[in-house]
Design a protein around this ligand. Structure first.
Ligand SMILES: Cc1cc2nc3c(=O)[nH]c(=O)nc-3n(C[C@H](O)[C@H](O)[C@H](O)COP(=O)(O)OP(=O)(O)OC[C@H]3O[C@@H](n4cnc5c(N)ncnc54)[C@H](O)[C@@H]3O)c2cc1C
Length: 382
């Protein structure tokens, strides 16, 4: 066992214990984050040479899946943090400022958040209106962001912006902003159906820093090579964890019901076949997609086929996870519908409603359709 998995059961116990309260009150899962920090898991994906554990993406996915099964919001927070780490490691680790930041993340267990969405551009990741104002060696930036998870708890924010004030909206850069150099004003409520503990408020961000905090590589490249595929894999792992727990509750309910009735069958048990089939497909898709992502890492450029695959993964997993939770509710009936029972799946169902919206499936499907139309058949046509 490495540091990443060694403390996992203790962390999962904390997350499970607090999940219902986090959901009911919409408060940040402070206890779970403390447990993650204590186990030094916030630096787990930072390379060993910079003080982290250098764990693989698949190991990070396993942890997010396990945490998501206990508390969807906590799993999603860890996933979002790891996505930002992956971007820094893949696109900025050789830059002295970002290298020092990665060392700090591992050493001080800093929490990273993402500020990609913008009031004027919605969920279009590849468009920004805000831009850094350069002044000598320094920049300052303002961004109106409609949804930023745990903005007031984060130590570092990765912010997308136009390269410069006169750059087109699609010519973007990613900027690492330190919390101590930023004013984060919460301007909107986060009173949502699910994922309540992510505290994804609308914020008005004002920040400044050194120009070298702006990653040199074009954001389009970072998004395509790392942010989008890693997001889809880590989000997918969290959703699979939530769906897996809903299925486990349904199985437990069926076992109890059959025991109580002294029966070896139950009319709702057939739902388990669909749920188990969906979960197996989800896990297999995640496994294959991770292998493809790792294999493509060294390639000089990404391919449209890969981009389509990673998009389809997100759309399919988000819908499948929801279906599993819905079926779990059907199986458990009132025991699942009611909060506070060992078979409750309301939180699972509500948390998973965010999955198709988190970068809207309609938007992703439209982009994917364009990529798919351009694809050639693998076989000669007659
Ligand atoms: C739990 C959670 C946490 C989040 N955390 C963060 C965070 O930390 N940082 C961050 O920046 N953002 C975060 N987001 C926001 C998220 O990533 C998206 O930006 C956001 O969900 C998009 O919001 P939207 O649906 O209002 O906008 P849009 O994506 O603009 O969609 C609005 C509507 O337009 C339609 N639409 C838009 N484009 C198309 C298209 N091409 N084809 C068809 N229909 C289209 C959609 O159907 C949708 O109904 C989070 C979201 C959730 C749910």
């Amino acid at each position: 066992l490495n540091a990443f998995t060694g403390h996992l059961s203790a962390i999962l116990a904390v997350a499970s214990k607090n999940a219902a309260a986090v959901d009911q009150t919409g408060c940040f899962p402070n206890e779970t984050l403390s447990a993650l920090r204590q186990a030094r898991l916030l630096g787990s994906m930072v390379p060993r040479t910079m003080g982290g554990d250098g764990v693989s993406l698949s190991a990070a996915m396993e942890t997010c899946q396990a945490l998501g099964a206990c508390c969807g919001a906590s799993g999603m927070i860890l996933a979002m943090h790891q996505i930002q780490i992956a971007c820094l490691v893949s696109h900025a680790q050789h830059h002295p400022w970002h290298q020092a930041l990665l060392r700090r993340i591992a050493g001080e267990q800093l929490l990273l958040a993402s500020v990609t969405s913008e009031a004027t551009t919605g969920g279009n990741l590849r468009t920004s209106d805000c831009a850094p104002v350069l002044d000598g060696e320094r920049f300052r930036i303002s961004k109106e962001a409609p949804t930023v998870s745990y903005a007031s708890k984060a130590d570092v924010l990765l912010v997308t912006a136009r390269r410069a004030e006169d750059a087109p909206r699609s010519d973007q850069r990613l900027i690492a902003v330190l919390r101590e150099d930023a004013q984060v004003e919460v301007v909107g409520e986060w009173d949502t159906l699910g994922m309540r503990g992510t505290c994804s408020h609308a914020v008005s961000l004002r920040a400044e820093g050194l120009n070298c905090q702006i990653l040199e590589e074009e954001f389009g490249e970072i998004a395509e090579r790392t942010m989008v595929p890693v997001s889809h894999l880590l989000w997918g792992a969290v959703w699979t964890g939530i769906a897996g727990d809903a299925e486990a509750r349904a199985r437990a309910w069926l076992r109890r019901s059959m025991r109580q009735n002294g029966s070896t069958s139950h009319p709702a048990a057939y739902h388990l076949t669909e749920m188990s089939g969906l979960l197996r497909t989800m896990r297999a898709r995640l496994h294959d997609a991770t292998a493809c992502f790792e294999a493509a890492r060294g390639a000089p450029e990404g391919s449209p086929a890969q981009a389509a695959d990673t998009n389809l993964l997100k759309v399919d997993l988000s819908e499948a996870a929801l279906r599993v939770a819905l079926l779990a509710m059907r199986v458990c009936g009132m025991a699942g519908y009611r909060n506070g029972t060992e078979f409750s799946v309301g939180r699972h169902l509500r948390d998973l409603q965010s999955a198709p919206l988190m970068i809207h499936n309609d938007r992703i499907a439209a982009d994917t359709a364009t990529l798919l139309v351009a694809q050639r058949s693998a076989f000669p046509r007659g």
